[in-house]
Design a protein around this ligand. Sequence first.
Ligand code: FDA
Length: 389
Amino acid sequence: MEFDTIILGAGAAGMMCAAHARGRVLVIDHARAPGEKIRISGGGRCNFTNLHAAPENFLSNNPHFCKSALARYTQWDFIDLVSRHGIAWHEKALGQLFCDDSAKQIIAMLVEEMTRAGAELWLRTELRELQKTESGFALSLDQEGNRHNLTCRNLVLATGGKSIPKMGATGLAYDIAEQFGLAMTETRPALVPFTFTDGRFKPLAGVSVGVRATAGGASFDEAMLFTHRGLSGPAMLQISSYWREGEPISIDLTHGAALFDTLRAQRQAAGRRAVTTELARHLPARLVDALAPDLRLSGNLADQSDAHLKALCQQLSQWRLTPSGTEGYRTAEVTLGGIDTDAFSSRTMEAKSVPGLFAIGEAVDVTGWLGGYNFQWAWSSGHAAAQAL
Ligand code: FDA
């Protein structure tokens, strides 16, 4: 069987690409259903894009690579598509757009778009062999025990990254890149909770607090959640993409607030209030209790000198913690790094040294922040490749 294009992976990027590609297109996936990560994303409501998506929200060895694709298929284009399909959505916070009802609507929309474009979808299908031919590629596939030998002019790698192997994530795109001599950047779990092996945060599990988290030169103002294993919540997931083993994370619990001035004013107005009671007006009470011994919190506000209050605010604004590690690919939302973009055209996503070979989505070394940015990259890069097929 001959196809113009075969797309490996019926995830976000692969389906988007198939919906816009010309010619005879086949999408293959080893899963039982397409778009499994879309289905579980955003707590089942899919944070499908971000109003503020811009190149600054992406990490890559080449920060310029994502610019062209993001500019040619924007968040507004995807919002338009979603709206045309009558899918109701809302902005949750920080420009993050979610379906009102279900992430399954996004999958149904992409399947409908793919089908309308004439693309075929083969599920439960594995790649057994891949070879370059003079005019393209020869593939041997296994579909539930049946062998198929196919050829195609274009091959699109859209099998994503390594996060959540239980959901069928594999390193297939990386293996194929290697087969064709394309470089990889270091891959690591990202948008992932931190672990502390000493279990120090167990008593605080479930407590959430707004913080500014800083590591590796980046800062995020979002919520932090204490867990049985360590620290999670959007602030920690975001900063995990910038953190490296052995390095501390700096946490500002004052969230840039003028806490010192507030504490001084309260000392004047309510001097007999316990300092822990006053702090519990600004931070979760369980956290204040847990921090009290380390911060030597005792006595009333009236007992606290200016110097003591200043030192206290400084400690609260520069809480330095060194995680033991992260929860790894088991729970990471994305893989940081991937197929090195240097070998690809940023306009078409085609490998410069292997005509007809394309890579899109998470498989490529472009990783978005938390908040709908990773799907936007999947839509934009999938669309960019489709224009060149
Ligand atoms: P994706 O992983 O979507 O698709 C890859 C496809 O390839 C899969 O269908 C897989 O089965 C298939 N495949 C893999 N190996 C194969 C093989 N060997 N043979 C055949 N097929 C193979 N992002 C965001 O912007 N907003 C959000 O709300 C969320 N939420 C979220 C929650 C959770 C729990 C996770 C794990 C991730 C997110 N993300 C997210 C990230 C987002 O899901 C991710 O970045 C995109 O799905 C990447 O799209 P791709 O198409 O590149 O890969």
